[in-house]
Write a protein that binds this ligand. Structure first.
Ligand SMILES: Nc1ncnc2c1ncn2[C@@H]1O[C@H](COP(=O)(O)OP(=O)(O)O)[C@@H](O)[C@H]1O
Ligand SMILES: [Mg+2]
Length: 399
């Protein structure tokens, strides 16, 4: 029942071995390859970065499923940035398409709670001669996974502010008809002042999806909504609300709420907490086998949120219960969540911008080939590096 693509790089442990890897990092120039003037290279955690000398390496900051992320100083602007290198990006064309999606989405959104794209490195090898992609974004200090498992005290106010900002960013995405689909602590970046930005948009999709998209859907299991685990033929923005609910609970309990070992264990854990769903609650699942399966599980009673989180603010738990509803139709949407009393101190519709236009997915409907995808990345890079026309030509054109 579970859709596992061969390229399921979204393991839950991908980010966790960071500390070990940090020790290994070395920085040394590569002498074997001659790079064009104005470029330099360095090796981090076994990966060679080839960049404009404009970007000066600082340190390794993250390793996700797709890339190695380092911090660097942008000498031109005098600011620190994050550089994500996707190595051999075109090895798997489905994965490569995700990276293109991520670039296009990051370029599209302009919101305080969504990471901004600062640069896409223009491949020196030309339009189709390159294998790696470098995405430059604004640098944040840490991610939520690290904060949850650190000794940092997390007050109700912290949690309120974090969840508020996730919802504020997701409101903007949902208003552009984009679903993130991979919300989890390591995809939420944080600064010491508690500012939060959503990153890793590679799995995002539009609302009207066809079946082929479901087969590509390999989002991290622990944060997957029941309708996704059970392969409902349709899903929508409410999958993000489920993930935010899981993140919310993880902040409250400082442990993942539903750390399923596999899809069977995942759904068992959901039922173990929410109780056996009624037939009505299962009505949205078209797949008869899946319905039978859920009904065949041992009957479980719903656990009360206040028993699970005895020390937490009851208002927080009220909202949590409204996000973690089995039936997506009964789940609160992002607007309802923001209007919940839990955010009384923070919520103000006027400062929660919607997107002015919808993201145009029409470019996405094609069978990927390496060449098309390389061209697309190159075109995105050109937006940041328009080719310089000699002044004379410009003048001539004006005449
Ligand atoms: N702009 C950034 N600032 C700080 N850390 C970042 C930034 N982008 C990514 N990271 C770190 O790198 C990790 C992997 O990045 P992510 O974009 O999620 O890539 P992947 O698709 O490989 O999961 C994140 O979990 C985070 O720890
Ligand atoms: Mg990630």
């Amino acid at each position: 029942m579970e859709n596992q693509s061969s390229s399921d790089r979204n393991s839950d442990t991908a980010d966790n071995d960071l500390e070990e890897k940090k020790e290994e990092q070395i920085e040394r120039p590569i002498k074997t390859k001659k790079l064009p003037k104005g470029m330099h290279s360095f090796v981090v955690s076994g990966t060679t970065f080839e960049l404009d000398t404009r970007y000066e390496y600082i340190k390794l900051i993250g390793r996700g499923a797709y890339g190695v992320v380092v911090s660097a100083k942008d000498r031109r602007k005098g600011v620190k940035v994050a550089v994500k290198k996707v190595h051999n990006a075109f090895e798997d064309l489905i994965d490569a398409k995700r990276i293109v999606r991520e670039i296009k989405l990051l370029a599209f959104f302009d919101h305080e709670n969504i990471i901004s794209l600062l640069d896409v490195v223009k491949p020196y090898e030309g339009r189709t001669g390159f294998e790696d992609i470098y995405i430059i974004s604004d640098l944040m200090e840490t991610d939520m996974h690290r904060v949850v498992y650190s000794r940092q005290e997390l007050s109700d106010e912290h949690i309120q502010y974090f969840i508020y900002q996730i919802l504020r960013g997701i409101l903007n995405m949902h208003s552009a008809l984009v679903i993130h689909r991979d919300l989890k602590p390591s995809n939420l970046l944080l600064n010491k002042n508690c500012d939060l930005k959503i990153c890793d948009l590679g799995l995002s999709r539009g609302f009207d999806c066809d079946d082929t998209m479901l087969t590509e859907y390999v989002v991290t299991r622990w944060y997957r909504a029941p309708e996704v685990i059970l392969n409902a033929s349709e899903y929508d923005h409410s999958v993000d609300i489920w993930s935010i609910g899981c993140i919310f609970a993880e902040l409250l309990g400082r442990a993942p709420l539903l750390p399923g070992d596999d899809y069977l264990d995942q759904i068992k854990r959901v039922v173990g907490i929410l109780g056996t769903p009624t037939s009505e609650e299962l009505a949205f699942i078209g797949n008869e086998l899946a319905v039978k399966f859920v009904k065949s599980l041992p009957k479980r009673n719903k656990q009360s949120w206040s028993t699970l989180f005895p020390k937490s603010n009851p208002v927080a738990l009220d909202l949590l219960g409204k996000m973690l509803r089995f039936n997506p139709l009964k789940r609160y949407n992002v607007k309802q969540c923001l209007a919940h009393p839990y955010f009384e101190q923070l919520h103000n519709e006027k400062t929660e911008p919607l997107c002015k236009e919808q993201f145009d997915w029409s470019w996405d409907n094609f069978e990927p080939t390496k060449e098309i995808l390389q061209n697309m990345v190159y075109e995105e890079a050109l937006r940041f590096h328009p080719s310089k026309k000699p002044k004379k030509t410009m003048k001539a054109m004006a005449k």
